[in-house]
Each structure stands twice: as C-alpha cells, then as structure tokens.
Design a protein around this ligand. Structure first.
Ligand code: ADP
Ligand code: MG
Length: 728
C-alpha cells in the first residue's frame, strides 16, 4: 500500500552527489574548445576561402555555394579530431526545443569506406520534416522543409556529433522555426537603428541587438519524478496540496546549494564553457529546489542558440545526476514559477550601448531618443508582446501573484521618469539651445549618473529598465527567447523608421536637426505615457487603471494569441520584412494547436490519476474507517459507540462528498474535452479547451487536494509536495 511512493522516497534518500571531474586547467583554456570558432576556421580552412567566409558572416549573409565545399572539408577535419563520427543540422522548430537528425560521416565510394561531408550538406538539407508543425504552410504530402547553416552561429561538437546551427524554412521560403525570423528582426533593427544613430554619429555602421538570459529551473529527484505520472507526462504536478513549509521563510534564496545540486551545476558549467556558453552566475531561486543560471550577454541570435543548447545540456546532465529538470513555468501550484528574464539592449560597432547614459549631453540625447522610441514600440505592440510569450504553460505565471502580471507595462525608475516628464514640459527652443560650452540646457544633459546603478528595481514589472538594458521578465522558462525578441526587435525597428521619417520631414522643411529631434521626442513622451507604470503590477488597482489606459488586459491565452493577426501586427511585420501574413497565420495556428494539445494531455492524465490513484486510496481509507465503526459497535455500548464514531462518520461522509464530486467532475471534463476535440478550427478549439476544460480541471484538483489532507498518509500513492520540494 502506497508502496511506489515509499519505495521512491527510499531511493531518493539514497542518491549521493555524483562525482565531477574538474579540468586541471583554468576555464579560459577550455572555453569554446568544442566550438568551430573563427580562430579554428583560420587554422582549418584555406586562407582565401576563410576571408570570404568572414565577410559573409560580418554582413549577416548566408553561405555561398562555391565556398561551401572548402568550408566543409575544414569543418569535418576539425570535428573528427574532436571525436565526431556523425553530423546533424540543429534547428529550432515551432514545437519548442531543438531538433536533430544524425547522419554518419561514413559512406561508401566505389565500394570503399570513407568519411564524407560535402559542401552541399552545409549549404542545404532536407530533414524529414513532416512531423514538425508548420500551421498549414507545408502540407504533409509535400513534406519539404529545408535547413541551411546560419554562419553567424558557429558549429560545435557534442559527444560524437558535429552540430550545425541551421535555419528551417519551407520549400517556398517561409520560416518554420524561431531562428529565421529572429535573424530577420536583427537585420531590421540593425538597419533602422543605424540610420537613427547616424543623427548623432556618422561612424556607426552596425547595431547589434544583445540578449542576456537568466534561466530559472527546478530540479526534482528522479525516483520521485518517476512516481508522479503527471510530472512525467506534462512536466507539472496536476494535483498536490501545498506543503506546510514552502517558500514563506525565503530561506532558500541565496541559501546554501545542496551538494547534489552543486555537483550538477559544476558539471553543467564545465560543459557549457566547453561549448562556448559564457555562463557566469548560479544561485538558488525563491522557491525550494528552484535555481537560476545566467551567462554574459551576447549578440541575440548567438545568445538564443546558447540558451537552446543549455536547456538540452541541463536536461541530459540532470539525468546523470539522478535528477529531472523541470523547465515548466509552474511545476507546483502555490510555489513560485520559473521565468527566463531576457535582458535586451542595442549596441553599436563603435562600442556604444544605446540604452546606457552617455558621457556627454550629446550622447544622452541619443539615449533618450532610443529610450522614447522603445516606449512607443512597446506601447503600440503591448498586446503582441504578450502574445509572443504566452503559452499553455506560461499562462500559469501570468496574472498570478508573481513574476509578470498579464499586462505589459514599462518600469523606468523614478529619476528617469522625472527626466522624461521634464523634457515633455520643456520649451523646444530652450531645450535645444546649446550654450557656450556646447551643453544642452535641458534635463537630458543633467540626468544624474546614479541612474547607472539603478537600485530601485520594481520586481513586479514585466518590462523594466535596469540601468543599461531592458529586462523582459514575462518570458517563460521553457520558451525560445527568439519568439519574444523577434517581436521586440521588429517593433522597435518599425518605430525607429517611423521616427526617422518624421524627423527627416521636418529637416527637409528647414528645421534644424536638434529641433526636429526634440520636437518629435517631446511628442512621443506624451504619446507613450500610458505604457509607463511605476507601481505595484500585482495590484487590482493597476488592472483597473490599465484598462482605462487602453492596455491589453486579456488573460485567456488563446485570445491573447489573436494579436499576431491584428492589422497592426501584420502591417508592422510586413514593413520590417520579419514575418509575412502567411507566416503569422501559421505561427498562430501552431500556437493554438500546442495550447490545445497541452491541455488535452493534462486533462487525460488528470482523469487517469484521479481514477487510478486518488479514488482507490480514498476508498481504501474510507473502508478502513467503516470497519472501525463496525468494530466499535461490537465492543461498546450504544451511547459510547455514537460518541466514538462521530469523528469517523464525519470523515467518511466528507470522503464520499469529495469522491462524488470528483467522479462527476471527471465525467463532465471528459465530455467537454471530447467536444473540444471535435472542433476543426484551431483557434476555436483552443478557446474551448480554455473556457470549458480548464475550469473543470481546477475544480477536480481542489477536491483531490482536500482528500490528500484527509486520507491516511500511508495509503497515499503519489509523492507529496513536501517530499518533492526539498532535496536532501
Ligand atoms: P539580475 O538577477 O540582477 O537581473 P543577473 O546578473 O542575474 O542580474 O543577470 C543579468 C543579465 O543581464 C546577465 O545575463 C547579463 O549578461 C545581462 N546583461 C548585462 N548587461 C547587458 C546588456 N547591456 N545587454 C543585454 N544583457 C545584459
Ligand atoms: Mg534579472
């Protein structure tokens, strides 16, 4: 009775830290040793070819066919020296995660075995992609999707395989992945930002978008994980009463990392560094068994690849250390969820961070220009930004009393807010008059430097300025950051283009550049006011206020996804060439489909668990109590019996009530699910799952959680929160 649970507890307690072999040399020596870096390219690729390749890479271009063979020869030689026997195109399908198909180098030529890896393999491949979602862009009978190397992300070796980061597109060139539109968005924001930066500095030729992610995750012992079919099948607990000690004491945050976890983290860091992922910080997070890992920021596309890579690395290493990795945004209800803060900024080839205060008034005007345009972009597309981060799993975080509220707003900090308000009020002719020392008279010149280490951080804001970057906190822990970044980059690019058009038009009419810039900035500060919010994002007042301000307050995930197909989004993506309308349609369909699939699986698993685990345990306990009632009757007088059995009767009845409600609930849920499943339209189906299935799941759960508290602990078969949440 309850054996699986107790067996798994015994096993969990026996797990010891796995020994990790530390390299004998410092990290700087083995950093990126598994990566085909530029310096290795120089070593392994013919010199005339390598120059051409670098030029393509520097200009965000794809590999040309004529040099592909020479590049492939060098890449293969290096990879084989690293022990690779296979190669794979490594891509990021819309299902999330990464996909690989392995091919061996070994081949037969004239009956003789040789290691082969031709340029055409680098250039383009056709993975059997019919099983990846395309939202109708590619019918299955014509299951052609192509993957091709993205030279801005270097190849690397994991175990016995050479991994080649690739884009994944349909036969007709539509993006089927996250990488393709992310790259397009980097190009769009580069072009737009260079043009605006040129108002201030003619030497700016390139603007990169940067990403520094902070990956939150949970670990759970593998034995306990295996005893929870809900975790195995859905990545989260579908039931479970909060443990009496969870995170109230906040003693986990920055506390001592358990030894077993430390061993895992140590090995993870070593492997990550070998793969060129510049991981830097690790610590406990707010919830028990929750941790965080963050690297140094990098160019957005590369950083996003590194995040994808580290998620699979974590998954594999967790198993080696007898853990399971939970990247679900909300594995335990009532306990903090996991996000992936995306720190984002724009930087020039001249080394200037466009989101940092400058050293002089001139640079500060540039800073304000970019800041205000970002405010405008986020204001215009706040609903779309929310759509970019919403999913069935992340929906558990949004709107809950944690991390990001389900309303996108921007936090700037008190001083910067004040500075913007001052500029908005200032007289243009005053503001742009340069004095003898060539200093701007206006507030921008005098923004206090203390802003640089902006300490008044608002943890409730989903999009916060943190001194020299924005931190988009609503992104989910399991997400591909690309989904959010491509929206951000595209929206900002579009906004910068609009800004430039306005400023140029004024200049053409004879206005000075400074006056033109100032005039438009002032107006933008007014127009973007509604997106700025410094208060408590969790409060009910904010919900009311945000509705008044016209910000998107929708909480239903399937309806939030609608923003992808609003006229405003379609036009913006078309102008920036980041996503076509067909691509947006397919992306929305995939999002709705994923949503329905997730809820469908959860509801099935919940139904099974309830019937096979919960009700039998409850019934067993109930019959024990009934036996007891009968035994008492045989021994005691009627008066004594009534007295003694009162308690038992109470519990017996309660169990009966909960069990009855659960059975009824499961029947209703199954009906609702069957009905939803019959809906053809992806959107309508997702809406049905949201509106009709989820409420029943929640209702069932509340009865189960009450039963858990009532039923004899010995009889309960599923590991409880208190057992899973505290690693010894
Ligand atoms: P915190 O938890 O206080 O937000 P962390 O050190 O955990 O800080 O994470 C900060 C993240 O922000 C890191 O990934 C870091 O590389 C990144 N970051 C720092 N500066 C920038 C920048 N200019 N652009 C993008 N990301 C940045
Ligand atoms: Mg952070």
């Amino acid at each position: 009775m309850g054996t699986i649970r107790f067996e798994s507890l015994k096993m969990a307690w026996q797990h010891q830290p796995v020994e990790v072999k530390r390299p004998t040399v410092p990290a700087s020596v083995y950093f990126a040793e598994k990566v085909f870096t530029r310096s290795k390219m120089k070593e392994y690729i013919a010199s005339n070819v390598v120059d051409e390749l670098f030029e393509l890479m520097d200009n965000d271009q794809t590999l040309s066919r004529d040099i592909a063979n020479s590049v492939a020869i060098g890449m293969k030689k290096w990879a084989m020296e690293q022990g690779a026997t296979h190669y794979t195109h490594w891509f990021q399908p819309l299902t999330g995660g990464t996909a690989e198909k392995h091919d061996a180098f070994i081949d037969l030529e004239d009956g003789k075995a040789i290691e082969k890896f031709s340029g055409s393999v680098l250039y383009q491949q056709e993975p059997d992609a019919s099983s990846f979602p395309s939202g109708g862009l590619r019918s299955t009978f014509e299951a052609r999707g192509y993957s091709a190397w993205d030279p801005s992300s270097p190849a690397f070796v994991i175990g016995d395989r050479l991994c080649i980061p690739t884009i994944f597109v349909s036969y007709t060139g539509e993006a089927l992945d996250y990488k393709t539109p992310l790259l397009r968005s980097c190009t769009a924001v580069n072009q737009a930002a260079v043009a605006v930066a040129n108002y201030f500095d003619r030497n700016v030729k390139h603007v990169n978008s940067y990403l520094g992610w902070e990956q939150e995750y949970f670990l759970v012992d593998e034995a306990l994980f295996n005893a929870r079919p809900d975790l195995v099948m859905t990545g989260r607990t579908l039931m479970g009463h909060a443990s009496s000690k969870s995170q109230q004491l906040d003693d986990h945050y920055f506390g001592i990392i358990p030894e077993r976890v430390l061993a895992f983290m140590t090995e993870l860091e070593i492997e990550a560094l070998r793969l060129g992922i510049p991981v830097r910080t690790r610590h406990n997070e707010v919830a028990p068994n929750q941790f965080e890992l963050a690297p140094t920021y990098e160019e957005a596309n590369l950083s996003n690849d590194h995040n994808q890579l580290i998620m699979s690395l974590m998954e594999n290493l967790a198993r080696k250390h007898h853990f399971r990795l939970l990247l679900h945004e909300k594995p335990y209800s009532g306990v903090n969820g996991s996000g992936k803060h995306c720190n984002w900024s724009l930087g020039t080839n001249t080394g200037v961070n466009l989101l940092a205060l400058g050293k002089n008034p001139h640079q500060n005007l540039q800073f304000i220009t970019f800041l205000v345009n970002i405010l405008m972009a986020v204001k215009k597309h706040n609903g779309l930004l929310k759509a970019s981060i919403v999913s069935a799993t992340n929906a558990h975080r949004l709107g809950a009393n944690e991390a990001p509220p389900a309303i996108i707003s921007v936090f700037l900090g008190q001083q910067l807010n004040q500075a913007l308000d001052d500029i908005a009020k200032a007289d243009v002719s005053e503001g742009i008059l340069m004095n003898a020392k060539k200093e701007m008279k206006l507030g921008v010149g005098n923004i206090p430097a203390v802003l640089l280490d902006n300490t008044d951080r608002n943890r409730t804001s989903p999009f916060a300025f943190t001194g020299n970057r924005f931190e988009f906190r609503a992104v989910g822990s399991s997400a591909n950051c690309g989904a959010a970044l491509l929206v951000l980059n595209a929206a900002v690019a579009d906004q910068l283009n609009a800004f430039r058009a306005e400023v140029d038009a004024m200049i053409e009419k004879g206005e000075t550049k400074e006056r033109a810039l100032f005039t438009v900035i002032k107006r933008y500060i007014e127009e973007s006011k509604e997106i700025r919010f410094e208060g408590n994002g969790y409060s009910d007042e904010w919900k009311k206020e945000a509705t008044k301000r016209g910000l998107d307050c929708e909480t239903s995930a399937p309806l939030i996804i609608d923003h992808y197909l609003s006229k405003q989004s379609i036009d913006m993506f078309a102008r920036t060439h980041v996503l076509s309308e067909a691509e947006l349609q397919s992306r929305s369909d995939v999002k709705w489909e994923n949503y329905s699939m997730k809820i469908q699986i959860e509801s099935r698993v919940l139904g099974d668990l309830v019937i096979n685990h919960v009700l039998p345990a409850a019934k067993r306990y109930q019959s024990m109590l009934l036996q007891n009632v009968l035994s008492v009757k045989q021994v005691f007088s009627e008066e004594e019996t009534n007295c003694l059995n009162e308690q038992d009767y109470l519990i017996i009845r309660r169990i009966e009530q909960h069990a009855g409600a659960i059975i009824e609930g499961v029947e209703k849920m199954n009906k609702a699910r069957a009905k939803a499943n019959h809906i053809e339209n992806q959107r309508e189906r997702a809406v049905a799952f949201h509106d009709t299935v989820i409420p029943l799941m929640e209702e069932i759960r509340s009865h189960v959680d009450d039963l858990e508290l009532m039923v004899d602990d010995e009889l309960w078969t599923l590991p409880k929160y208190r057992e899973m949440l505290f690693i010894r």
